[in-house]
Design a protein around this ligand. Structure first.
Ligand code: TEU
Ligand code: CA
Length: 555
């Protein structure tokens, strides 16, 4: 690609740091992270070399789904602080040249939101059509859909004798996006947050906001409870594009903002339809293909071994399909297990550190915007939860209860240890002090016992730490336009151990090779150029990469 054809944007040139406020830093000793806690860590955040922060939801919520059930889109969750605290945090970020991306959860609200409180009062309430109400069929649910979190996606409401749709929990009723009044309320709310100074939104399951006409029954394999998970009828429906183009015109046009959509189930082709610069809907999407690489046919809890060939196929598919758009690059977030535990090795300290650096190199030098989830930069690992009482996430708790009722509790527990969302939500590990330095109180969720050795303070003191390497990696990316805007091409495509690619812009080429295995890997050919970045020290064996070794060559 020639540099004169580049569509430049701030959100392509800097990485984004994802903060899960509940678990980042507790400033008032109640065991819950809060906005003032984040404000106290702004210099640390800026020191990473990121350009923006994505905050998971901070709005008023009963926390059935940890803030993804919003009761008031324009009030701050009481445990997190006040709107004044929010404004101070936003100001603190902007003062350091950092932008703020908010989490927009508008596929559903909380059932305690004023709109739903009204809507459920009666069939002729003015807010009735803000949500999706249907009569039952033969005394049962209107259709056979399963939800992400509960057996059925419908809940019966005695007051009005109808059922309402909830793709997630019963306390997360789906908003009716066919209703223009709902869309106008959402756009007005977004514009008030923009006018407050925020710089964009991460849009929760935004590709689920339109449902198929008639809400037809799913025809796939039923769940043990007899319902059918039917994303073919509630993901990527055609109306989504109309809504997103309308949202862009009503909210994003004329603003120097960034919007990234979380799009479960989307193929790379559909993903491109959301980020096609000619259509102007979203700037980026979060694909799930890589996040589902170890999920079997029945979903995330059916854990299958991931393989490198499939990982390469997914990466090349998305890098190629979105070569005229833009990708997001991430190994994890608040819903996913810790990558170093999931994809590499924590067998020894040396392997944990080396493989965490290798993962960072493999992911964040591809073409797209790096999203780094809190704790990834110090190689935080999955948590050795001792039992169900240690968990807080309704997805895992509901899954376990149903499995145990079927006599499958042990298998469920083993799956939760590997892929339960609480793994990512354990408090950030700041120091070797009590509770990892996260709180002086009783933490809302167990702190990983390895916080004693895996923590920010220890990483700051260790020149060979993952933290210092991530700073170097992000600085290296931001200083080299080829790593930002250069074309992407897979190399070592057939190699069983090496994940490799090259980035090219004008006359410059970078070659990135990563041994994703725990044994030595031989390169298929010598690599031209100078090795300019490496995750281990010592003599370079030209043709062989050590276990989890990553190298970057420039020519
Ligand atoms: O997640 C959407 C989603 O698909 C997840 O439920 C994911 O499939 C699952 O968590 C994998 O374990 C978004 C938010 O990121 C998640 O935290 C919310 O629970 C969910 O939407 C509902 O708002
Ligand atoms: Ca607190």
């Amino acid at each position: 690609m020639e540099s004169n054809k580049i569509r430049r944007a701030w959100w392509k040139e800097s990485a984004v740091y994802q903060i899960y406020p509940r678990s980042f830093f507790d400033s008032n000793g109640d065991g819950i992270g809060d906005l003032n806690g984040i404000a106290q860590k702004l210099d640390y955040i800026a020191s990473l070399g990121v350009g923006a922060v994505w905050l998971n939801p901070v709005y008023d919520s009963p926390n059935d789904d940890m803030g993804y059930d919003i009761r008031d889109y324009e009030a701050i969750m009481q445990e997190f602080g006040t709107m004044a605290d929010f404004d101070a945090l936003l100001n603190g970020l902007h003062e350091r040249g950092l932008r703020l991306i908010m989490d927009l959860v508008v596929n559903h609200s909380s059932d305690e939101h004023a709109w739903f409180v009204e809507s459920r009062k009666s069939k002729d309430n003015p807010y009735r059509d803000y949500y999706i109400w249907r009569d039952g069929k033969n005394g049962a649910e209107p259709n056979n859909w399963a939800s992400f979190f509960t057996p059925s996606a419908w809940k019966y409401d005695e007051t009005s004798g109808q059922w309402y749709l909830h793709l997630f929990s019963e306390k997360q009723p789906d908003l009716n996006w066919k209703n223009p009044a709902v869309r106008e309320e959402v756009y007005a709310m977004m514009n008030r947050w923009f006018d407050r100074g925020v710089d964009g939104f991460r849009m929760d399951v935004i590709n689920l906001i339109a449902k198929a006409e008639g809400l037809p029954d799913g025809s796939g394999k039923p769940t043990p409870e007899g319902y059918v998970f039917a994303p073919e009828y509630f993901a990527d429906q055609v109306n989504v594009h109309d809504y997103l183009q309308e949202m862009r015109h009503k909210c994003f046009d004329g603003r120097d903002c960034m919007c990234v959509g979380e799009t479960p189930f989307s193929s790379s082709e559909t993903g491109y339809s959301y980020v096609d610069p000619e259509k102007g809907e979203l700037d980026m999407v979060f694909s799930f293909d890589l996040m589902d690489i170890d999920s079997g046919k029945s979903g995330k809890w059916e854990i299958i071994p991931w393989n490198l060939a499939r990982m390469k196929q997914i990466v090349e598919d998305w890098q190629t399909a979105l070569s005229n758009g833009w990708n997001s690059l991430f190994w994890s977030n608040h819903d996913q297990p810790r990558p170093v535990s999931r994809f590499c090795s924590t067998k020894t300290e040396e392997l944990r550190v080396r493989s965490a650096k290798m993962l960072g190199t493999a992911m964040h030098l591809m073409r797209g915007t790096p999203f780094i989830y809190q704790g990834e930069e110090i190689g935080m690992t999955n948590v050795p939860f001792r039992g169900i009482e240690d968990l807080r996430d309704l997805e895992s708790l509901k899954f376990y209860a149903l499995a145990e009722a079927r006599g499958e509790g042990e298998a469920a527990w083993n799956a939760i240890l590997k892929k339960g969302r609480d793994n990512a939500r354990a408090p950030m590990q700041w120091s070797a002090e009590k509770n990892g330095g996260f709180t002086s109180g009783e933490p809302w969720l167990m702190v990983n016992p390895n916080a004693e050795t895996i923590n920010v303070n220890a990483a700051e003191r260790d020149p060979e730490s993952i933290l210092h390497y991530y700073r170097k990696l992000l600085r290296f990316r931001s200083e080299n336009e080829t790593l930002i805007y250069g074309a992407f091409e897979m190399i070592e495509r057939e190699h069983k151990q090496i994940f490799g690619y090259q980035r090219m812009l004008n006359e410059e080429t970078f070659i990135i090779v990563c041994n994703m295995s725990d044994s030595e890997a031989k390169l298929s050919a010598d690599i031209e150029g100078e090795c300019v970045l490496r995750n281990i020290n010592g003599a370079i064996e030209t043709r062989a990469l050590e276990p989890y070794e990553a190298r970057v060559y420039r020519s």
